[in-house]
Design a protein around this ligand. Structure first.
Ligand code: ADP
Ligand code: MG
Length: 158
């Protein structure tokens, strides 16, 4: 697991953008963390890195927003899912196992439907000083060799 601290929303978006530049078609990135911690901000950066030029808005109410960058980008938020089975109706396999790039907020709600090969990114408030309200700790837990190499690249390029 690798951890990076950011000190502003812009810095979080910039880190997301750098990650987006490294993602390959078919990649799945899970964004874990409490409400308001910065998952959407990070996803907006990733989308930019993937060549999405328009506004990227929170998919909380739509569950899935689709964009076209250099590849299709699927930005999902499962906060409002009450049962992983609802993903069957959405045709989740097309997204998770297709050649687009999938970003998922609240992936916990998907139960065991998530692909084994993926990048888990957990965002937390700073544990060192809770008064630093713009500080975030962003932890990368790659699942699989491809994402392990990608995270090492991301850290090296930092
Ligand atoms: P989530 O999608 O996790 O619910 P959002 O990305 O919608 O969260 O909102 C994150 C909020 O936290 C924004 O208001 C943003 O300005 C603020 N914020 C403050 N510091 C940071 C930081 N370092 N990284 C990301 N967001 C931050
Ligand atoms: Mg969000």
């Amino acid at each position: 697991m690798r951890r990076i601290t950011t000190w502003s929303p812009e810095e979080t978006a910039k880190l997301g953008e750098r990650l987006g530049l490294l993602l390959r078609p078919g990649a799945v990135v899970c964004l874990l963390g409490d409400l308001g911690v910065g998952k959407t901000r990070f996803a907006q950066g990733i989308a930019r890195g993937l060549g999405v030029t328009g506004a990227v808005t929170s998919p909380t109410f739509t569950i899935i927003n689709e964009y076209q960058g250099h590849h299709p980008v699927y930005h999902m938020d499962f906060y409002r899912l009450s049962d992983p089975l609802e993903l069957e109706d959405l045709g989740y396999e097309e997204y998770f196992f297709g050649s687009g790039i999938t970003l998922i907020e609240w992936p916990e709600r998907a139960g065991d439907l998530l692909p084994q090969e993926r990048l888990d990114v957990a965002i937390d408030l700073s544990s060192e000083d809770v008064d630093m309200e713009n500080t975030r700790e962003i932890s990368f837990s790659p699942r699989g060799a491809e994402f392990t190499a990608l995270v090492e690249n991301l850290i090296d390029l930092g």
